[in-house]
Each structure stands twice: as C-alpha cells, then as structure tokens.
Design a binder for this molecule. Sequence first.
Ligand SMILES: NC(=O)c1ccc[n+]([C@@H]2O[C@H](COP(=O)([O-])OP(=O)(O)OC[C@H]3O[C@@H](n4cnc5c(N)ncnc54)[C@H](OP(=O)(O)O)[C@@H]3O)[C@@H](O)[C@H]2O)c1
Length: 253
Amino acid sequence: MSPQTIALITGGNRGLGRATALALAEAGTDVIVTYRSHQEEAAAVVDAVTALGRRAVALELDTTAFDTFPAFAAAVRDALGATWDRDTFDFLVNNAGVAAASPLGETTPDVFDLLTDVHFKGVFFLTQALLPLLADGGRIVNLSTGLTRFVSEGWSVYASLKSAVETYTRYLAKELGGRGISVNAVAPGPVGTDFGGGGIRDDEEFRALLAGQTALGRVGVPEDIGAVIAALLAPGTGWITAQRIEVSGGSLL
Ligand SMILES: NC(=O)c1ccc[n+]([C@@H]2O[C@H](COP(=O)([O-])OP(=O)(O)OC[C@H]3O[C@@H](n4cnc5c(N)ncnc54)[C@H](OP(=O)(O)O)[C@@H]3O)[C@@H](O)[C@H]2O)c1
C-alpha cells in the first residue's frame, strides 16, 4: 500500500457512505465517492473532504447497471492517474443500497429483483470489476445489517441478501488473502438516514421503540458507522478479516 491511502465508497453522497467518507478523510485517507442521482450532494462531500485537507473525486455509478462496470473501472483508473498519479486504490466500501419491505404474500418479482441487483449482484460484479485496481494489502468493507442476526417481519428478502453478502465476505477474505487483502462485513443496527423513507430518523414513536430495544438506549447516527469503518481501515487493524462486525449499540440482545 502507498503511504497516502485512497478509499472508494459507493453511495458516498449521503447517509452512511457520506459519514464514512468524512471519517476516513479525518483519519488521513483520500476518497473517491460514487453517486447515482445526487451529483450536488456528492460535490458537497468532495468540498467537505477537501476542507479537511484531503483529496476527493466524485464519479457517477449505478451499482445495478452491470454493463457499465468496465467503463466505470476505466473512469476510476483515469481518476487515480490524474489525481494521485497511481493506478490502484486501497479500500473498497460496498455501501450503496435501498430499502424495500418484502412482506410475505405481497412481494413482487420486481421488488425481489431490485433488492437482489443492488444488494448482492451489484456488490459481486462491481467488486469483480474493481479487483484489478485494488492494491495488494488493501481492504474491503461490505455493508450488511443487524437484520441478519435478529428478525423483523417483512424484511426477509433484504435480510437474506445481506446474509449472502456476509457469506461472500468470507469467500472474498479466503480468495484474496494471498494478496494480503482483508475483507469484513459491517452490520449496522437501525441508523437515522434517508433509508426507508427516513422513518428511523424522523418518526419519533418508531425511534423511541427502536431505542428501547437497544442496550445503549438510542438509534444510531451515521457517524457511529463511519467511525467504525474508518477504524477497520486504519493502520494496524488489517489482521481482522472474514468477520461480521455488528455496529448497533446492542440492538435486540
Ligand atoms: N440506515 C440503516 O438503518 C441501515 C442499517 C443497516 C444497514 N444499512 C445499509 O447501509 C447502506 C447505506 O444505507 P444508508 O442508510 O446510508 O441509506 P441512504 O441514506 O438511503 O443512502 C443510500 C445510498 O446508496 C445509493 N444508492 C442506492 N441505490 C443505488 C444504486 N442502484 N446505485 C448506486 N448507488 C445507489 C444512494 O444514492 P442516491 O442518492 O442516488 O439515491 C445513496 O447514496 C445500505 O447498504 C443499507 O442497506 C443501513
């Protein structure tokens, strides 16, 4: 790894991706954030990272547009050359995601496909497309969810796909170990973001219910997750690999 580390964070324009970009920048890492539909938010993250004294680039990416991945990898290669005079980056954070409930008896194939594309197929094929650009000794963090440990009715498809991501994390850790790359899954509990319409952040009653189920007595804020991902990507923690690390304040213990 080069002394100046570079992280690529999918869905880095808002929510947990944005918090991760800022936590990494505070810790001295430069960032490439991807955005799908909010270029202005991504530009604001670039400005915030720059204000912290680090370099940042924003690139457009729909993680379900699989046939665009070769062109996206080429854009990453160009950005690495132009901004850092490098042909690799160090940390991949597979964060982009959407919420969609999948109640039994009411879930359509379209919802199933949407969730599969963004939460598993996209993670698999994007990682595959970017592996040649990931430096030996680098690291990958995949976002999972507390819902793979505890059950919340109506979320079976989303949670099952995140379980697939956790299994994929272990396979990647094994298969990339020879290159010195460590791979872990971070599994947040409920965090107040726009996710799922923003209810965890904005619905006081729902937030109180979730807080009551949490050992530390509140729902998470994006910075709780960004700090842990930055810690997992810090110097000295690379020996942690193939782990699911739950970051939930002790949800539903
Ligand atoms: N918040 C929680 O309670 C929670 C708990 C456990 C796990 N997670 C996981 O954490 C991750 C981030 O969630 P969040 O709370 O930060 O959600 P969020 O605030 O809704 O942000 C989601 C991000 O993902 C991007 N995204 C969505 N679909 C995409 C696609 N097809 N291609 C590229 N980017 C796409 C969004 O881009 P746009 O701005 O263009 O829409 C946005 O940047 C997700 O994987 C989620 O499953 C969240």
